[in-house]
Design a protein around this ligand. Structure first.
Ligand code: NAD
Ligand code: UDP
Length: 319
C-alpha cells in the first residue's frame, strides 16, 4: 500500500484530498494543527485502518516513522481574513513548514506536491494568467504575508528539485469552493451564503467590478491528482476559467438562495486583485484536465451543505 502524508488535512481542500487518496487505496497520514481547520471534516476517516492523524504544527520539525511515497503540503491559512489575523504563522507555514516538508521528502525519497496559489500573480497586469507570468505583488502590503510566503515556497521547492534532485510538483490553485469551507472564513462564497441564510444583506467589497473564476472542489482534486502523477515539475494552474464579477455573483447567489436580501457596498480591501482568470491550457495539454462542474451545479451542492449546518454553526461569528 502506497503511503501519503497530507498536511492541512483537517482543512477544506486537505480533507477532500484525504478522501480521494483513501478511495484510491492509499495509506493516508493526515497532519494539521487545527489553526483554521476542523476535525469534523475528517471525523469519518478516523475509524479506517488506512488512515492516521497527527495533530502537529509543520513549522516545527516533522517526523514520520516508516516509509513515505508522497507528500501533499496543503497546510496554510488560505482566506484573506485568516492570513491577516495570523500573518506570522502564515509566513512561517509557507517558509519554515515547506522547508521541513522538503527535508522530510528528501529523507524519505518521496515525491512532494506543494499548494501554491493564483495569489502569486498578485493584482495581475496580464489577463488571463498563464504560468509564465511573473506577477504583480506588493511585498509589504497586508496580503504580502500570504503571497510572498507562497512565492518563497515555489522558490525553495524548485531549489530542492534542482539542487537535491527531489521529485517536486507545484499546483497554482485558483479560487476553489465546495462543502467543508468554513462558514465564517470570510471568503466570498461562504460569506454570501451565510449572509443569505441568516437573512443579512450581502456585503460586496468595492463596486463589485473585480472578477474571480470559481472552481468546484472535485475538479480541483482531480487536477491535483493528475498533476501529482504527471512527469512535469514546473508550476501548473488549476482552476475554472469561467470568470464573473463579484457584483454579478452576488446577484446569482440571491437567485440561487431564493432570498430577497439587499446588496450593500463596503470598502475594497487593500491590494484586492481586480481581475483573476486562469489560463488552463497547460493542464489540458499535460494531462488532459478541464473542469467538469459548472458554477450553477457546484454552487447548489455548496449551498445545500451550508443549509445542512446547525443554527449554532450558522450564527457562530468568528470575525
Ligand atoms: P483551510 O484553511 O481550510 O485549510 C488549511 C489547513 O491547514 C487548516 O486545516 C489549518 O488548520 C492547517 N494549517 C495551517 N497552518 C498549519 C501549520 N502550521 N501546521 C499544520 N497545519 C496547519 O484552507 P484551504 O482552502 O483548504 O487551503 C488549503 C491549501 O490550498 C492552502 O495551502 C492554500 O494556500 C491553498 N489554496 C487554496 C485555495 C482555495 O481556493 N481554497 C486557493 C489557492 C491556494
Ligand atoms: N468579497 C466581497 N464580499 C465579501 C467577501 C469577499 O465582495 O463579503 C470580495 C473580495 O473583495 C474579493 C472577492 O470577493 O474581491 C473574492 O474574495 P475571497 O476572499 O473569496 O478570495 P480572494 O480575494 O483571495 O480571491
Amino acid at each position: 500500500m502506497k503511503r501519503i502524508l497530507i498536511t492541512g488535512a483537517a482543512g477544506f481542500l486537505g480533507s477532500h484530498l484525504c478522501d480521494r487518496f483513501i478511495k484510491e487505496g492509499f495509506y493516508v497520514i493526515g497532519m494539521d494543527n487545527l489553526i483554521t481547520g476542523d476535525l469534523k471534516n475528517i471525523a469519518h476517516l478516523f475509524p479506517l485502518e488506512n488512515f492516521e492523524f497527527h495533530n502537529h504544527d509543520v513549522t516545527t520539525y516533522v517526523h514520520i516513522s516508516g516509509n513515505l511515497d508522497y507528500i501533499l503540503h496543503f497546510a496554510s491559512p488560505a482566506s484573506p481574513i485568516d492570513y491577516l489575523k495570523i500573518p506570522i504563522q502564515t509566513l512561517k507555514v509557507g517558509a519554515l513548514g515547506t522547508h521541513n516538508l522538503l527535508g522530510l521528502a528528501k529523507e524519505k525519497k518521496a515525491r512532494i506536491l506543494i499548494a501554491s496559489t493564483s495569489e502569486i500573480y498578485g493584482d495581475p497586469l496580464v489577463h488571463p494568467q498563464k504560468e509564465s507570468y511573473y506577477g504583480n505583488v506588493n511585498t509589504i502590503g497586508p496580503r504580502g504575508v500570504y503571497d510572498e510566503a507562497k512565492r518563497f515556497q515555489e522558490s525553495i521547492t524548485m531549489a530542492y528539485n534542482r539542487f537535491h534532485g527531489l521529485e517536486t510538483r507545484i499546483v497554482r490553485i485558483f479560487n476553489t469552493y465546495g462543502p467543508r469551507m468554513r462558514l465564517n472564513d470570510g471568503r466570498v462564497i461562504p460569506a454570501f451564503m451565510g449572509q443569505a441564510l441568516r437573512g443579512e444583506d450581502l456585503t460586496v467589497f468595492g463596486d463589485g467590478s473585480q472578477t474571480r473564476s470559481f472552481c468546484y472542489v472535485d475538479d480541483q482534486v482531480e487536477g491535483i491528482y493528475r498533476l501529482l502523477f504527471s512527469e512535469y515539475d514546473l508550476p501548473v494552474n488549476i482552476g475554472n476559467p469561467h470568470e464573473i464579477s463579484i457584483l454579478d455573483f452576488a446577484q446569482e447567489i440571491i437567485k440561487l438562495t431564493e432570498t430577497n436580501q439587499k446588496i450593500i457596498f463596503k470598502p475594497l480591501p487593500k491590494d484586492d486583485p481586480l481581475q483573476r482568470q486562469p489560463d488552463i491550457s497547460l493542464a489540458k495539454k499535460l494531462f488532459n484536465w478541464t473542469p467538469k462542474v459548472d458554477r450553477a451545479e457546484g454552487m447548489k451542492i455548496t449551498f445545500d451543505y451550508f443549509k445542512s449546518l446547525s443554527e449554532e454553526e450558522l450564527f457562530r461569528s468568528e470575525h
